[in-house]
Design a binder for this molecule. Structure first.
Ligand code: FPP
Length: 253
């Protein structure tokens, strides 16, 4: 796997583009990309990491504030053990090969998802990446790993219930802010747009609460093929959507 996170700061974004503050991505189709080329699924995941690098570069160049990528879902535990191990090894390799470049480009990395079920060395790696990038103020890269929205909301409910049981909170005091603060994404703005690649049109337990008003953009390309051309098509689609947030006119940007 090559380490080629190379950000071309000199190229200027297309004028007139509407840049989302937060993009979520369901990176789907690695397996199909590989199958179409007669390659093992693992090759598709390797190319998936390269596409992730491209996406990080694009978000930096175009000034996107937050990027959240779905890299391992709670449901992915149902995959063959070998494939699970491979995806876990990809996270380690991504960190090993790209951490210094991410730091150099002022990227803050956070891993959102359940830490239970991850072995100690992976937990330490996650803590290390988060600590080493915690002061960075550029792109916020959120890697959803061992993430599932229903599990996240369930955990938030448990957290709030404990506070109520301890007498720290009255049920009547619970509002949307209470729930938001108990989610993994506490303090992170909601995604403006959620992209899913590979032609599938589902949200698959990704940012269900946070994505309540996100624009959903489905693209036919498999994730390993995602490039600047696809990125710009998504931004064009996003710019065309009228955003009402339940009101009758654009209430906020
Ligand atoms: C979707 O393709 C991809 C995944 C389930 C996870 C793998 C994600 C990556 C390799 C990107 C970066 C990962 C890390 C850890 C930084 P699929 O296998 O569901 O494809 P298919 O639907 O065509 O079978």
């Amino acid at each position: 796997m090559s380490s080629d996170l190379a950000i071309a700061h000199q190229s200027s974004p297309r004028p007139g583009l509407k840049i989302p503050g937060h993009i979520g991505v369901i990176m789907d189709g690695n397996g199909r990309w590989a199958k179409a080329r007669g390659k093992p699924r693992t090759e598709g995941h390797i190319e998936g990491v390269n596409a992730l690098r491209r996406m990080v570069e694009l978000c930096i160049r175009y000034g996107v504030g937050h990027l959240t990528v779905f890299s391992f879902s709670s449901e992915n535990w149902a995959r063959p053990r070998d494939e699970i191990n491979f995806i876990f090894s990809l996270l380690r390799r991504f960190v090993a090969s790209d951490l210094q470049k991410l730091i150099a480009h002022n990227v803050r990395v956070r891993i959102i998802g359940a830490r239970e079920g991850l072995d100690d060395s992976l937990r330490r790696l996650i803590e290390d990446v988060e600590a080493k990038t915690a002061r960075n103020t550029g792109l916020n890269l959120h890697v959803a790993f061992n993430y599932g929205s229903k599990a996240e909301i369930t955990e938030a409910v448990r957290h709030i219930a404990r506070a109520v049981a301890a007498g720290e909170l009255l049920p009547a005091e619970i509002n949307e802010g209470t729930v938001e603060r108990a989610l993994y994404t506490s303090g992170i703005p909601d995604p403006d747009v959620i992209i899913r690649t590979s032609g599938e049109q589902r949200v698959s337990n990704f940012l269900l609460w946070q994505g309540a008003y996100s624009e959903l953009v489905f693209v036919e390309d498999n994730w390993p093929d995602f490039d600047e051309h696809t990125f710009l098509r998504v931004l064009d689609e996003y710019a065309m959507r009228e955003r009402r947030f339940g009101g009758v006119e654009v209430a906020r940007q």
